[in-house]
Design a binder for this molecule. Structure first.
Ligand code: CA
Length: 220
């Protein structure tokens, strides 16, 4: 599996490269945003937000213009807002520095497994009025316009849309859409819900049920 590591801190980069290689990953390391955008295709991108030449968010946005490769953000502890913005811009997940190496590898395996799974899942299109979702093509159309969704946003939408009106518990959503072994912060879910609502153009599509979870309600 090929990893692109975008990290300007030499000591963090060196230990990550070493650890990833020891775990069987092939690592391309660049220390700038420009380097990231001209790097060859990989299976997953680890992206630091604070880069010397450009903002990691801009790098994320640029990558998303041409690729749905899984992106994991490497963020600093206090940057809660950064994570939300990053997920809205198309990142699939994030880890907070300082992070454990095993956690990082687990996240890499989870996002790449989901990206790979997308190719093998076959079921018919889901039609919900103005919204139509096709798992085979990984496309969601709203009023005939394709929604630009990240891997996880799409999976989340499919999960909720499979049973419109049914309330799904937060833990069930996290287990099904993220990973059976996911025990991370549920803020990740909230960030993805917020991003999906924004892209759907009407927050009523995904309704929060206080203390329980979320349900999808078809909007005309
Ligand atoms: Ca940095």
């Amino acid at each position: 599996m090929k990893v692109l590591l975008v990290e300007d801190d030499p000591s963090i980069a060196a230990s990550l490269v070493e650890g990833l290689q020891a775990n069987g990953f092939t690592v391309t390391h660049v220390s700038t945003g420009a380097g990231a955008l001209s790097a060859p295709a990989v299976d997953v991108v680890l992206l630091d937000i604070g880069l010397p030449d450009m903002d990691g968010f801009d790098v994320c946005r640029q990558i998303r213009k041409s690729s749905m490769v899984p992106i994991i953000l490497l963020t600093a502890r206090s940057e809660e807002l950064d994570r939300v913005v990053g997920l809205e811009l198309g990142a699939d997940d994030y880890v907070t520095k300082p992070f454990g190496f095993r956690e990082l590898v687990a996240r890499i395996r989870a996002v790449t497994r989901r990206a790979g799974m997308a190719d093998s899942v076959v079921s018919g299109p889901i039609d919900l009025g103005s919204l139509s979702i096709d798992e085979r093509t990984r496309r969601a159309l709203l009023d005939g316009e394709e929604l630009q969704l990240t891997t996880k946003e799409f999976d989340l939408l499919v999960y909720l849309a499979a049973e419109p009106g049914v309330v799904h518990r937060r833990t069930d959503i996290l287990e099904h859409v993220w990973d059976v072994n996911w025990y991370g912060p549920t803020k990740t879910l909230d960030a993805h819900i917020a991003a999906l609502r924004k892209k759907l153009g009407n927050p009523e599509w995904i309704q929060a049920v206080r203390g329980v979870g979320f349900r999808l309600e078809v909007q005309s």
